[in-house]
Design a binder for this molecule. Sequence first.
Ligand SMILES: NC(=O)c1ccc[n+]([C@@H]2O[C@H](COP(=O)([O-])OP(=O)(O)OC[C@H]3O[C@@H](n4cnc5c(N)ncnc54)[C@H](OP(=O)(O)O)[C@@H]3O)[C@@H](O)[C@H]2O)c1
Length: 395
Amino acid sequence: MLRSLVAKPHSSQCFIFNLSQKLLHGNGAAQFRATRAFTPRSVAGVSPPSKAIVYEEHGQPDAVTKLVEFPGVEVKENDVCVKMLCAPINPSDINRIQGVYPVRPELPAVGGYEGVGEVYSVGSAVTSLSPGDWVIPSPPSFGTWQTYIVKDQSVWHKIDKGVPMEYSATITVNPLTALLMLEDGVTLSSGTALSAIPILYIILFWDAIVQNGATSMVGQCVIQLAKSRGIRSINIIRDRAGVDEVKETLKNLGADHVFTENELEVKNVKSLLNEIPEPALGFNCVGGNAASLVLKFLRQGGTMVTYGGMSKRPVTVPTSAFIFKELSLRGFWLQKWLSTEKAVESRRMIDKLLGLVHEGKLKYNMELAPFSDFNTSLDKALGKFGSQPKQVIKF
Ligand SMILES: NC(=O)c1ccc[n+]([C@@H]2O[C@H](COP(=O)([O-])OP(=O)(O)OC[C@H]3O[C@@H](n4cnc5c(N)ncnc54)[C@H](OP(=O)(O)O)[C@@H]3O)[C@@H](O)[C@H]2O)c1
């Protein structure tokens, strides 16, 4: 069940009306449009009413989010009105609501950052999109947890309808991160962009990676994208019930080794490996002990890239790792990458990733849940029921 049907503190029509003008037209600080007067008789097109998951203050997502219903808004000449099909709940969505993410929308805001929708109607000047097309916001943008969104045509990227909607909805934040980190890893090691390096060279140059958080969507993509390049993977997961099943799942995706953190409580972790090269590159999305384990596997002069901090524990590095092992530490942030000139490549990369999904070469665990069960999905994403697949809301 959803928590509330209207914004309780501000339930007057006037508030809902003004909020809808902002939120249905995009709700990032940079993407807020000035609220404009809406005169139904003077406009050609108006979006249908929308339902959205809204937060008016930062705090725990299960406490501060609520369902709000908005009347339709004007679809201007360059606008596209999209009926959302589905959108995931990612850790960064939770962090934005909590107010701990460095870039957050202005409040009040609609949750969500990526998703997929079907074009419902287009403004009079839009020629590149038509009703029925499937689109994703690309680069991703705030406010995807709502049933209808009206935004400028430039926001939307038309995608292949042959890919299951839950994959299209989730293709940007996590799979693109996995792809970029692997490609950046090559740049990092060789100083040369991936596109300039023959695949054979990559395989010879850097033939194994180690990562923690291997059950995450990013982790699952790293395993498969690495495998497809001939790069072997050492994967670290949390201790849990049903660990054998999880290991089997990751091995079926192409993982070479999967260890729980407890299994790595040995003097020499590398003694557990058979015929796998020492990795030059490690990925860390957990921090704490799980990050220290990644460091232990790295070869002399290796690099650990931190891209998440799921355990909320800091990364601690032994002095010897710097002096004697000459390890390097780096970070990766997709949102920063998307703000650089390299971002022009992102739509092509997304199409490539969707192509891999289409060919059955990229898959990951998800649970599609109806919008009416949003609160349960949110509780699962918050970890209240232990380890759960990625929650994807179906509108
Ligand atoms: N820097 C970037 O640009 C960027 C981009 C995308 C994602 N990320 C980050 O990457 C990480 C993974 O994102 P995702 O969407 O792929 O994850 P996800 O599919 O939602 O899965 C969550 C992952 O976090 C693990 N986890 C949850 N709580 C944990 C805890 N308290 N301690 C240790 N591990 C915990 C889960 O392990 P179990 O399976 O054991 O529950 C699972 O592997 C997140 O930190 C996210 O913010 C960063």
